[in-house]
Design a protein around this ligand. Sequence first.
Ligand code: DGT
Ligand code: CA
Ligand code: CA
Ligand code: ZN
Length: 577
Amino acid sequence: MEMLPGMTNLEVAAILHEVADLLEIKGVRFKPHAYRRAAMAIETLPEDVADVAREGRLGDIPGVGRGIAEKIEEIVKTGRLAYLESLRRELPAGVQELIRIEGIGPKKATVLTRDLGIRSIDDLEAAAKAGRIRDLPGFGEKTEQNILAGIRMSRTAKERYLLGYILPIAREIEERLRGLDAVRQVSLAGSTRRRKETIGDLDILAASARPEEVMEAFVALPGVVRVLARGTTKTSVVLATGIQVDLRVVEERQFGAALQYFTGSKEHNIALRKLAIARNWRLNEYGLVDLADNRTIAGEDEAGVYRALGLAWIEPELREDRGELEAARTGTLPDIVGYDAIRGDLHVHTRWSEGVHSIGDMAEAATALGYEYIAICDHAETLHIARGLSPERLANQMREIEQINREGGSVTVLTGTECNIGMDGSVDLPDSVLADLDVVVASVHSGFKQPERAMTERVVTAMHNDHVDIIGHPTGRILLTREPYRIDIAAVAKNAAVLGVLLEIDAFPGRLDLSDVNARLARDAGARFSLGSDAHNRENLRYMEFGVATARRGWLTADDIANTRPLAGLRELLTRR
Ligand code: DGT
Ligand code: CA
Ligand code: CA
Ligand code: ZN
């Protein structure tokens, strides 16, 4: 079966995750963890796992040993995994569904099926409401209430997906639709067009006079596993990854109004519609209409809709009803940083620590992206899990970088580190070493549970070290997985502004840290920024795009971001302290 790029990887990962779940239910130890680790590595793998398997390189993927590599080969070749199927057969029907409810683990699920014959979430809800669960061994009234709450949550909470995984798939679908004869115009819409950090469902808009043909091709796209609803104006499908894709097809003369409407956000649309209502106009996905004479005022192009309402066109990234409409009215929209404005990457890992590729490989990839410079910021020693560098290894690395620069490629490789901020705000390399580095990123990688004041002080203490240039991923969040630690970003930003320390927007899809909202808050407090991909391999350098998206959503201009400057200007900024 032909697949969209990235799709195979996510599918393979999903199978490995399920194996981990089932092993956990069986009470097997250690193995579930191994499967999960492999699954996560494959989710973020920059190349097609099928290609890696074909070339016999599965063993190079971190966390993939011989046993799991064989399983991956089987999945890639046959699309199935016999081992998973046998695990499924061992399981009483229904148990898998039950453990998706928060608060029900493998043990409880087994008791529920064994003692009450519960086989579905509906069964479970009925039993809980009838008070039949509280008397089971290991349960109680409180558990029963928690189960009901968990069921409610599972029914409302829609799963979200990282922008970084969805955007490549979205673009692929967009291009395939663009290739159809029947399609006149096509655009991404919804949160994907606004480049929000996570995506609920994917919205795409097309203009066509022959919508049936477009829908026909859409449901037949590779990777579509289910058709939820099919009509001539709207069709919804589910991809193998589980994400829903809504395609709307409109007439060409309505394309602008529809694009405006389906780009959202909902809050932005509501505020915009108020402006229309105030003029006795009606604004919806079909157009902007004067209610006095039913005349269509705008609809064919999106900018026309804004113009008619007395507004400048607004970049999709700004459409969150956070003051952009007022700014568009008064001509004070920020000149947000462009996707092509970044001249170098200030957070790059190599195989010296937890990365995959050599410094030379990374420099070559940076050249291909048209960069002027990259900063090699491998971890320092105390981060053992990441094979952090001792001062001696760092000195060796600096010699290698010097050699590479002497060979005179078009990219200048800057020396650097991502050192660790300790509990007391100290960093884990001596000043004498830091003084020799071009770029010092300092990040918190442990002790996340400190109270807000202690954490804020800890980071501010690190900023007082004159060698620290950048605070890396300043809130430590991992999207969909780990909450940010408690920290007062406004206070950090104020200090950063005074001390001339940059705050990072880490562009790795699961980080995007600072977030859009925090970046804007920090900018208002006077801080400047540095964008880094946090690349662990060559392909990850492309993640920079998501950092720029976050910066744009945070209203940042090129001037706010250190690495929009040419090398000389960057050096000036880094040494000014
Ligand atoms: P998501 O999917 O949760 O990541 O976020 P969106 O923004 O893509 O939301 P979605 O898919 O529900 O709807 C797509 C766009 O359609 C949304 O951004 C704005 C528009 N829209 C949806 N529902 C409403 C509504 O009730 N009122 C207005 N004015 N616009 C809506
Ligand atoms: Ca959506
Ligand atoms: Ca939608
Ligand atoms: Zn880090």
